[in-house]
Design a binder for this molecule. Structure first.
Ligand code: HEM
Length: 326
């Protein structure tokens, strides 16, 4: 995984800003005059219409475009099917995680959930496979994709195919696996993060106003794409995302295996071979690290320049297996 991660990180760094779904699309959601209202209206309409599916839609639509470089139609049949499959797969996976008896492969294979899982996994795999085939063809024929800002911003998949040596590089199966990891790791997390940020903006109109003013200063009424150079000027927006991700981390806990005995300052020893569960949600609300107002939504805390323990903010985990999307 170390080699794979290095390859992935180098690709990510070369991708344009659209590769960062949260910031990359904030302008589209919150800025840009008329466009802002249209997008928010569409967003609310879909949220009402699709209920639980809507959060998957936001994440997938934005993320599929950045990772694969294909445009999704909001109400297209393929897209609907894709979102449904995502939804079903996530539900089946989480149910399996929390119900120990479902973790026995031999038993699971006898249950209808297994067939359902395989059916929906196949839908996702063939969707990505088709895109890989199409991309390879276009790269070979040197055709610009209809997402023509690939001239400036290439999708993760474009870069992966090109820099792994085109036809002589990664096999289709390898590309498929890598792309699926990216899709699964980046979709639900970004969507949940975005949803909570939008909820926070709705609950705190003063914060919303400050975000809006910052976006106006940077973009005015222009509908241009966000570029890397805009980032240092979107400081308040970044603080808002961080604060939402602190209070509502999309991955609220992570698990590790202890590979050597560790004595904690409290005197408790974590024994080699044990499982360890780090509760990110609890850590982020601990006054020891975040002060007495830890439970409050206050984006300014990220702008005050206080030095904190490097692992006090664990939204994207920490160390060698931290998040690639951070
Ligand atoms: C707000 C959005 C996101 C959050 C909160 C998040 C959170 C996390 C966390 C907590 C981990 C560590 C899991 C563990 O240690 O068990 C992780 C790993 C990972 N994330 Fe993200 N993630 C986000 C977005 C993304 C995006 C957009 C991508 C795609 C580029 C991505 C790709 C990955 C990958 C590939 C790993 C595994 C890294 C490894 O094992 O070496 N994530 N993420």
């Amino acid at each position: 995984w170390k080699i794979q991660k290095f390859v992935n990180v180098s690709k990510e760094l070369k991708c344009g800003i659209k590769s960062y779904p949260l910031i990359g699309h904030a302008h589209l959601l919150a800025g840009g005059g008329v466009n802002r209202m249209t997008v928010i209206k569409k967003f609310s309409h879909n949220a009402l219409k699709n209920g639980g599916l809507s959060y998957i839609w936001i994440g997938s639509k934005f993320y599929v475009e950045t990772a694969l470089g294909v445009k999704l139609k909001v109400n297209g049949n393929t897209e609907k099917q894709l979102m449904e499959s995502f939804d079903i797969l996530f539900k089946l996976m989480t149910t399996r995680m929390v119900e120990p008896w479902l973790q026995l492969d031999a038993l699971y294979k006898l249950l209808p959930q297994h067939n359902n899982f395989e059916k929906n996994k196949e839908i996702l795999r063939s969707f990505v496979n088709e895109i890989i085939k199409e991309k390879r063809k276009k790269i070979k024929e040197n055709i610009k994709t209809d997402n023509d800002d690939t001239k400036v911003t290439k999708s993760f998949l474009d870069l992966y195919i090109e820099s792994s040596g085109g036809d002589r590089g990664c096999t289709d199966e390898e590309l498929l696996e890598e792309t699926l990891v990216m899709l699964l790791a980046g979709t639900d997390t970004s969507a949940v993060g975005l949803c909570f940020t939008i909820c926070m903006l709705a609950q705190y109109p003063d914060v919303q106003e400050k975000v809006f003013q910052e976006l106006q200063e940077v973009f005015g009424d222009s509908e241009r794409q966000v570029v890397v150079e805009d980032l240092p000027r979107l400081k308040y927006l970044e603080a808002v995302f961080r604060e939402s991700l602190r209070l509502y981390p999309p991955v609220p806990l992570i698990v590790r295996e202890i590979n050597e005995d560790i004595k904690l300052p409290s005197g408790v020893t974590l024994k080699k071979g044990c499982g360890f569960l780090a509760l990110i949600w609890g850590l982020h609300r601990n006054p020891l690290y975040w002060g007495e107002d830890a439970e409050q939504f206050r984006p300014e805390r990220f702008l005050e320049g206080h030095s904190r323990h490097p692992a006090a903010f664990l939204t994207f985990s920490h160390g060698p297996r931290n998040c690639l999307g951070e």
